[in-house]
Design a protein around this ligand. Structure first.
Ligand code: GRF
Length: 194
């Protein structure tokens, strides 16, 4: 008997190319997950259109509509509640979730970060790798813990850094690896849940 696909929610803030990679993976017949909900904190995030095209339910929950982070996070958790979500995926979601949210969520919560963690947590990862004269860079899918960009690593992909690279050329080389890494990480977790 076929098993039910693992139900994902994806939080985004931007163009949603990683969301698209997950949409495409979930469209494969043998992929054991499906996206039940996409939430954006930015009303005009490009990723919302990608989700709608794939007939995935979307919600906009803007942090600007709430008095503080606690109320915003309450709204996020309340929105998730009816969907039976099993893995929450952050994909270019540009808000830092509090320790309280992480504790209350209880289920797997994962993120993609454009560096070879534990190197270059935070922003401007590519520029910092170049400034340090690194020979390679990459991306990491990791569990989210209270310390930003510090949770257990699930999948990592490396690319070389070439002479003359800029943050933009490096980002262009890394992004396709992100699109491979995220579905791989979700696959690994989903297999563990079924
Ligand atoms: C990606 O580089 C991701 O690693 C970072 O933000 C970017 C989001 O891109 N956290 P997209 O919205 O998935 O296209």
């Amino acid at each position: 008997m076929a098993v039910d696909p693992v139900r994902l929610a994806v939080f985004i803030s931007g163009k949603g190319s990683n969301l698209q990679a997950l949409i495409d993976a979930c469209a494969q017949e043998d992929y054991p997950a499906q996206i039940a909900l996409v939430v954006s904190n930015i009303p005009d995030a490009g990723g919302l259109e990608r989700a709608q095209k794939a007939n995935i339910e979307t919600l906009v929950i803007s942090h600007r509509d709430y008095a503080d982070k606690a109320e915003f996070e309450d709204a996020l958790l309340n929105a998730l509640a009816p969907y039976d979500i099993e893995i929450l995926c952050l994909a270019g979601f540009m808000r830092i979730l509090s320790a309280d949210f992480i504790t209350r969520w209880e289920k797997p919560l994962i993120n993609i970060h454009p560096s070879l963690l534990p190197d270059y947590k935070g922003l401007d990862t590519h520029a910092r790798a170049l400034a340090d004269g690194k020979k390679e860079a990459g991306c990491t899918v990791h569990h989210v813990s209270a310390d930003v960009d510090s949770g257990e690593i699930i999948v990592q992909k490396k690319v070389p850094i070439f002479a003359g690279d800029t943050p933009e050329t490096l980002a262009k080389r890394i992004l396709p690896q992100e699109h491979i890494a995220y579905p791989e990480a979700v696959l690994a977790l989903a297999k563990g849940l079924r």
